[in-house]
Design a protein around this ligand. Structure first.
Ligand SMILES: Nc1ncnc2c1ncn2[C@@H]1O[C@H](COP(=O)(O)OP(=O)(O)O)[C@@H](O)[C@H]1O
Ligand SMILES: [Mg+2]
Ligand SMILES: [Zn+2]
Length: 251
């Protein structure tokens, strides 16, 4: 046979009942087609992977803003940033130990100092490295409203089940602890979840704008002591890293 691209080649012919059913394609064309298919399949696999990765990130409930941030975009200029970064890295590296012992982190410091950024970077990196890590991000206020939603009539989940749900999350990241002065009922919810997690060795990453003293006051000495025995503290110092909006955003 003659291939318009590659010239003459020896073809296999398949005859069936006196009719020519098939002529084999040019071996060079065949090779090219196989290579093209392999590239397409690889592309599809990569797309599928990216889709799964995105779905997994979404499942963590981390805010959109932080989904594309990570360790790579965390600036380490000040000593505080360096120390925080190092601790975050160690946590990821020591995840198996953190998981086994229920050890977490306690990020303290003023707003805009990178607490949420670094906590989300930890979640992203853990998911990148381990297949079976299921971190969940909740602001304290979101936990409260989830628990409160069970008080409504007609809702099947009761408060106890909801508390159990938060207590059983593999790695729970709780943001904005103490941002609003909680009611007694809300304090009880937070105590219950933290106490359960601490006593059942579930790692938790806690973030708060409060100083150690104010946090101890909020949680009570007993619970604060327990949290301190499980969560390695890190003070985020320095001014806010959040960039102020400028008019050129509209250009
Ligand atoms: N060290 C850092 N490197 C890069 N960006 C940072 C750093 N610290 C904070 N940011 C950015 O500043 C903004 C505020 O940080 P965030 O983590 O939300 O602060 P916090 O949770 O402590 O209030 C975010 O957009 C974050 O990405
Ligand atoms: Mg924050
Ligand atoms: Zn050919």
């Amino acid at each position: 046979m003659n291939c318009i691209l590659h010239g003459e080649y020896l073809a296999n012919q398949v005859w069936l009942g006196g009719k020519l059913k098939e002529i084999s394609e040019c071996p060079k064309c065949h090779e090219e087609h196989l290579a093209e298919r392999a590239i397409d399949e690889e592309k599809a696999r990569k797309q599928e992977e990216a889709k799964n990765r995105q779905a997994r990130i979404k499942e963590t409930r981390m805010p959109l803003e932080y989904q594309t941030k990570g360790f790579s975009t965390f600036i380490q200029e000040t000593d505080s940033q360096k120390a925080a970064f190092k601790l975050a890295r160690r946590f990821v590296k020591g995840w198996e130990k953190a998981k086994a012992g229920g050890y977490g982190l306690l990020f303290l410091g003023g707003c805009g100092t990178g607490k949420t950024h670094l906590a989300c970077a930890i979640m992203l990196e853990l998911m990148e490295r381990y297949l079976f890590v299921y971190p969940r991000y909740y602001k304290v206020s979101e936990i409260f409203s989830a628990v409160r939603s069970t008080y409504q009539t007609g809702v099947i989940t009761n408060e106890e089940e909801m508390l159990k749900f938060f207590s059983s999350i593999q790695l729970l990241v709780i943001d904005e602890v103490g941002i609003q002065k909680g009611s007694e009922a809300e304090k009880r919810i937070l105590f219950s979840i933290l106490d359960n997690r601490v006593t059942s060795n579930k790692p938790t990453i806690l973030m708060s704008n409060l100083g150690p003293k104010a946090l101890a006051e909020l949680l009570g000495d007993r619970l604060y002591d327990r949290v301190r025995s499980k969560c390695v503290p890190m003070l985020f110092a320095g001014p806010s890293m959040r960039k102020p909006a400028t008019a050129d955003l509209f250009d």
